[in-house]
Design a protein around this ligand. Structure first.
Ligand SMILES: N[C@@H](CCC(=O)N[C@@H](CS)C(=O)NCC(=O)O)C(=O)O
Length: 230
């Protein structure tokens, strides 16, 4: 069975993307969580990933070391990963690719840390632009393809690519329009998202580098993690 290497569920946004896409498409895989290492994880992750990053899917002799490539690999044998409708599929692929290569302000200033609630120090122009773009996509997709997911009635890979943003909106209390908020709430209620979130909250290990960085992004107003802080 293919092995999907991931890191701490509280922080690892890139791990969540293929994990969600493969899970909702019932693609068989075994999940293997390798914890982030204080001071740098790449040397440890290089034991299974050529770039020293997660996620990484190992299927026998085939190694796929990037989130989008993992999703495409799974889609070769699992057609439900992308929407069946060609127009919806083109939109979904465009939006997923846009996330994979963009949204740098959102990614840097609203780092994923599922168990925390953070009041951001401020929302500068670049971050406001990224949030407005997320809002536009989350409003357009469900309206155009019938919802409640971005490209139709079932979650597909495009929802997977925005899954970490769903948690970031919750953590940083980002304000969205009602249609975009409705999509965000729908995603938060999905059983796969709830399962990932429950595991993240229960983790009894922290990564000091992520903890330090997250504390600079705003005022931490709540820590909902139940796993003991070692
Ligand atoms: N473009 C890569 C990004 C992967 C990535 O940056 N992963 C982070 C974890 S979320 C990582 O492994 N960081 C380890 C490090 O840089 O030390 C993908 O899409 O998979």
């Amino acid at each position: 069975m293919p092995v999907l290497y991931i890191a701490n569920k509280n922080y690892s946004s890139w791990s969540l993307r293929p994990w969600f896409a493969l899970t909702v498409a019932s693609y068989p895989f075994e999940e293997r969580l390798v914890r982030f290492v204080a001071g740098g994880s790449r040397q440890t992750f290089r034991a299974f990933s050529p770039t020293g990053t997660v996620p990484c899917l190992v299927d026998g002799d085939t190694v796929i070391w990037d989130s989008l490539a993992i999703v495409e690999y799974a889609a070769e044998t699992q057609p439900h990963i992308w929407p069946a409708d060609r127009d919806a599929r083109a939109w979904a692929r465009s939006a997923a690719a846009e996330m994979h290569s963009g949204f740098s302000a959102l990614r840097a200033r609203c780092s994923m840390t599922i168990g925390l609630r953070i009041r951001p120090h401020g929302i500068d122009e670049a971050l406001a632009r990224d949030i407005a773009r997320v809002d536009a996509l989350w409003s357009e997709g469900p309206a155009r393809f019938g919802g409640p997911y971005l490209a139709g009635p079932e979650p597909t890979a495009v929802d997977a690519f925005f899954a970490p943003v769903v948690f970031r909106v919750q953590t940083y209390g980002l304000k969205l329009s009602e249609p975009a908020s409705a999509y965000q709430r729908h995603m938060l209620a999905h059983p796969a998202m709830r399962a990932w979130e429950a595991d993240a909250l229960a983790e009894d290990f922290r990564d000091p580098d992520h903890e330090r960085e997250n504390a600079t992004l705003g005022v931490v107003t709540q820590d909902l993690r139940t796993g003991a802080d070692p």
